[in-house]
Design a protein around this ligand. Structure first.
Ligand code: B12
Length: 212
């Protein structure tokens, strides 16, 4: 890793917004690909934060400052991740499921989809099954993309699929799911149409769903 990427990684770990901003800019100036800045400098650091939390070496406030620093860096990187002049591919409504407030991964998926030419409706966090159903009725997305980061909120994905079915709109929309604890097997079990374990694969899955 270059010095700028290592400094960026450390800034996310320390939760330093100034450090993240400076080092994202320095890495861009050095000519490092935005995708590499994101994966090696920022996502890898958030994974380390998760590991430290699991080991009891950091706590929720530290996770939060790291998350804020990462979000600042993402905002700076966003224009570089979005390609221009891409044709509209379809419409995706993204949201983090009920009870879950983690939004970095969901926002990243939204950002990459936007970059690939999808129109993205961001429903935010703590999205109830009814709110997903309402979005299908009012926004008419081609795809719903649900994110969950907690094992305790994953069942809300299944509840949302049931709510779509009960409202008679399940056939109008494709559903894809993801988030750290979600697996391909779980996605299949609950009857989702697609799963991806990272944001760039999410784009590939969304493209496939548009033609299936
Ligand atoms: C940052 C963070 C927080 C921040 C969130 C800030 C924010 N604005 O998002 C704060 C401090 C608020 C937080 C709170 C909590 N957290 Co937290 N958090 C994390 C942490 C460290 C990083 C998550 C993250 O942003 N990762 C970076 C992004 C880029 O990755 P990602 O979200 O996985 O997304 C990628 C893929 O999964 C995929 N993806 C994501 N969504 C989707 C959707 C679709 C459709 C697709 C296709 C793909 C996809 O693509 C993304 C990009 O590649 C994780 C650790 C970890 N390893 O995940 C713990 C973690 C998720 N948190 C955890 C816990 C326990 C909590 C709390 C319960 C702690 C507490 N006691 O209060 C609360 C719950 C609050 C709530 N109700 O939601 C646990 C969950 C354990 C479990 N198995 O359920 C984890 C795993 C930490 C741990 N190792 O124990 N957390």
């Amino acid at each position: 890793m270059t010095e700028n990427l290592t400094n960026l990684y450390n800034s996310v770990l320390e939760g330093s917004i100034d450090g993240v901003n400076q080092n994202v800019q320095a890495a861009l100036d050095e000519g490092i690909e935005p995708g590499e800045i994101l994966s090696k400098g920022m996502i890898a650091a958030m994974q380390e934060v998760g590991r430290l939390y699991e080991e009891g070496d950091c706590f929720v406030p530290e996770m939060l400052v790291s998350a804020r620093a990462m979000q600042a860096g993402l905002a700076l990187l966003k224009p570089h991740l979005l390609s221009t002049n891409v044709q509209a591919m379809g419409k995706v409504a993204v949201g983090t499921v009920k009870g879950d407030l983690h939004d970095i991964g969901k926002n990243l998926v939204g950002l990459m989809l936007e970059g690939a030419g999808f129109e993205v409706i961001n429903l935010g966090v703590d999205v109830t099954p009814d709110a997903f159903v309402n979005s299908v009725k009012t926004d008419a997305p081609d795809i719903i993309a649900m994110s969950a980061l907690l094992t305790t909120t994953m069942p809300s994905m299944e509840a949302t699929l049931a709510a779509l079915e009960a409202a008679g709109v399940r056939k109008q929309v494709k559903v894809m799911v993801g988030g750290a604890p979600v697996t391909e097997e779980y996605a299949r079990k609950i009857g989702a149409d697609g799963f991806a374990d990272d944001a760039s694969r999410a784009v590939a899955v969304a493209r496939t769903l548009m033609t299936s």
